[in-house]
Design a protein around this ligand. Structure first.
Ligand code: G3P
Length: 238
């Protein structure tokens, strides 16, 4: 299975009802690719405010939170509690995004908590060293993203292909130490075109995590379709 994960972040382009428009464009592209029997899963990470509304309206589209805390149910005002996210329909969460970093201890506790709550975890790593270290915590996904390329339109797959190759190798090294399944490796930062996405998969990932290349583009449908086609058309090693 390949993945196209869109993180809306907090861009003004998705304020108010526009987040519904983005979800509905992604759902339409998802329908189109599944009619062609392509194994591509789409996920949308949304601001916490709209998790329930989006989940109840778009039941065929897995929705992630952009961050969750390991705080307990009950007296934890303002924290984003996994059990409640799940009760509102979320399927998982990004954790340790380079815009919302956690200590290793917190990251470890948060991934464990997401597992207990039956939520998927997508951990962001900045280096191949972090990919290896975080893989031992057995998240469902790891997205390697060099922070300096985020939001630049210069894609990780073209500007830093070695980072992806090294991350693939780092995961291969942990394989023997892991009792459970290896996390799915994705990459992100600066991805804007179908070519960027295709290259990311050809370098050994199972897909991409993308934000501004979709959310800030002039035409959401065109950009999502181009990225989806790039992933589908890649000569995958997996
Ligand atoms: O979470 C996705 C991310 O940080 C990449 O952002 O805007 O470079 O696609 P962008």
């Amino acid at each position: 299975m390949k993945y196209l994960i869109v993180n809306s972040k907090n861009y003004p382009e998705v304020a108010g009802k526009r987040i519904f428009e983005l979800a509905s464009v992604i759902e339409a592209v998802k329908r189109r690719t599944s009619r062609k029997r392509k194994k591509l899963e789409f996920i949308l990470a949304v601001p916490a405010f709209c998790v329930q509304a989006i989940c109840s309206r778009f039941q065929g589209l897995p929705i992630f939170c952009q961050h969750l805390d390991a705080s307990p149910l009950g007296s934890s005002t303002g924290f984003l509690v996994p059990e409640l996210a799940r009760s509102y329909g979320a399927h998982g969460s990004i954790v340790n995004h380079s815009e919302h970093q956690l200590s290793f201890e917190k990251l470890s506790v948060t991934i464990a908590r997401l597992k207990e709550t039956d939520l998927k975890s997508l951990v962001c790593a900045r280096t191949s060293y972090e990919v290896r270290k975080f893989a031992l915590l057995s998240p469902d996904f790891i997205a390697v993203e060099p922070p300096e390329l985020i939001g630049t339109g210069r894609s990780v797959s073209k500007a830093k292909p070695q980072l992806i190759v090294q991350s693939v190798k780092a995961l291969e090294k942990v394989e023997s130490n892991l009792a459970s399944r290896l996390p799915v490796l994705l990459c992100g930062a600066g991805i804007v075109s179908g070519q960027d996405a295709k290259r990311a998969v050809e370098l050994g990932t199972q897909g991409i995590l993308v934000s501004s290349g979709v959310v800030r583009s002039q035409n959401w449908k065109q950009s999502i379709e181009a990225l989806a086609d790039g992933i589908i058309n890649a000569e995958s090693k997996i």
